[in-house]
Design a protein around this ligand. Sequence first.
Ligand code: MG
Length: 195
Amino acid sequence: MAQFAHILAGFTLGFLCRRKLAQLLAETPLTASILTIDPAVLRMQGIEVLSLDFDGVLAGHGAPVPLPEAIAWMKHCQEVFGGSRMFILSNKPTEVRVRWFAEHFPAIRLISGVRKKPYPDGIKKTGELAGVPLSSIMMVDDRLLTGCLAALVAGARPCYIRHPYVSFDFRPGAELFFWLLRFAERVYVRVVSLF
Ligand SMILES: [Mg+2]
């Protein structure tokens, strides 16, 4: 059961943070993807560190490496923030991904060995490694009840990717599952925010 603890935490912590989650959902355009994020604007807004989710944010679910347009965007972010101020916080830091980042973005660190999102542990570790206040970290995630919620619990800033990358050709079953999951968590947030 331990592997499902973070899912249960998504519902319980999500209920506690329901108003902020509902506000985030209401404020986020349907088209929001990493390509609608201008890193220079984030810097002006006081963001010092980017924490990036992988699945749905940099590529379709389960993809081994980021999409070419996500790679270009990360390079742009690296020019603005510096690679040492960028982190990957995925609940699935696979070995292939770790190796790929070590080769292509050696300055970007992958957070591992922490409790899964929505627990705030990964964002807190990011703050310690980067030496910045948690309020200056932006967590970019396509899931309301994992990454965005972790940011709210930690006192960091959530950036909700409402228009995630999906690859129905590559992994139709997994993508359908996560499409339904994203839909269900939006319904959950809308419903519980009424109470
Ligand atoms: Mg994701």
